[in-house]
Structure formats: C-alpha cells, structure tokens
Design a protein around this ligand. Sequence first.
Ligand code: ATP
Length: 235
Amino acid sequence: MLNIEGLNVYYGAIHALKDIHLHVSEGEIVTLIGANGAGKSTLLRTLSGLIKPRTGIIHFQGMAVQGQSPRNITMKGLIHCPEGRRIFANMSVEENLELGGFLQRDQKELRSDIENVYSTFPILAERKKQMAGTLSGGEQQMLAIGRSLMARPKLLLLDEPSMGLAPLLVKEIFKVIQTINAAGTTVMLVEQNAHQALKIADRAYVLETGKVVIEGEASELADSDEIKLAYLGGH
Ligand code: ATP
C-alpha cells in the first residue's frame, strides 16, 4: 500500500531523514519508534505533503505522491492525525467532526460517518455540543482521531496518540487503534510508548537520527535485548 524508497529530507542544512526505505502493506499496523528528534514526525509530515523531500519516492496505492499537495494526498485516503491534538478549541465536538468530513458532499453520508465515530467513541456522542477546548486530554485525543476517521482513511498516520495520557487512557487509545484497524483501516503509528506500540503492531521500524536502524516483526523486536535496553527501559 505504501512504499518509500531513498527518502531524504532536509530542514535547511539539517539532514532530518537519511535514505529511508520503508513499506506498509494493506491491513497492517506498522509502528515507528525512536527517541525525541529521531525524525518520526518529519516522516509523517513528509508523507502527508506538508514537507517536500529533497529526493526519494513515496508510492501510495501504486501512485507516486511525493511533492503533491496535502489536499491531493488526503483525497487519496492518506490521512495524518498530527501530534498535539490539533482540534478547534472554540468549536463543538460535532463541528470538529463535520470539518473532518469536509471531503464528503453527501449530507446523509456525512451523518452516517459522524454516527460511526460516535459508536467508536461513545464519550464524544455524550459531549457533542461541548466546546472541544473544554474536553479532557484523553477526550481531545479521541476527537482528533475521530476527526481523522471522518476523512475515511485508507492509511491512517497517527503521531503519538498516547502522549500525555494517563495509563488507563493509553490502554483505551491502543484498543481503539486495534478496533479501527480491524474495521479495515491500515495504520502507521508513531510512538514513544514502544512497549504498547509493539504489542499491537505487526511490524516496526526504529529510527535513530534520521535513519532506520532496525526493522522487523513487532513481536521479535519486543523480545530483542537491544530494543529492551534502548526503548523499553530494560524490561
Ligand atoms: P519527537 O518525538 O520529539 O517529536 P521526532 O522523532 O518526531 O521527535 P522530528 O520532530 O521529526 O523528530 O525532528 C527530527 C529532527 O529535525 C530534529 O533534530 C529536529 O530538531 C529537526 N526539526 C524538526 N522540525 C524542524 C524545523 N521546522 N526546522 C528545523 N529543524 C527541524
């Protein structure tokens, strides 16, 4: 579904992504783990067209999308749910979801997509009229994911969905990611919470200073001493 070859991204003189090769097959959950500054968000921003790569190829469903506009990429079903819950604080929960469905012109379909989000996240249905800025951190994260679902992603790019959440909510978010995946959406998951991410992922890539240093089956990586030491606190 997604094939990245020889991707190089620069911020001025900073070489942020170095010759990245990576692929995601339909139906998978692939996780990208790595320390702060490794280049995880840069990779997602490049995939969604927010940053233009200097060199490299990004094939999404057989088409080269590198250098295309974020809008075109979104319309192909590659949807980015950014870090930090970029919701519209002064709009209601439901208005946020409507905005996420901006590609949908059929009002009936839009309503049915909103109802689908509510069945995935019942708490959002309870809070539909509430201003998004007054939701708790976990609820805002759910709204951010719900809004991405409104665009009917084929491949959903999730940037640190568990960031800043209490442990119980982290568990809930990971469960929801599995549900979304089981319903047919392929997922690329950027996480610092390597432990949980490796539990739900099929495969994983480890980024270090802009390079892929390890890749493999998530279960194998979770068992590897190198990963345990560097990313799982030695456990
Ligand atoms: P984190 O988990 O902290 O978000 P990350 O793995 O997502 O880290 P990136 O945010 O992709 O890392 O950053 C990769 C590198 O690129 C870092 O060295 C960062 O300082 C640099 N960088 C990111 N954005 C910019 C920018 N707009 N201008 C210059 N350098 C940047």
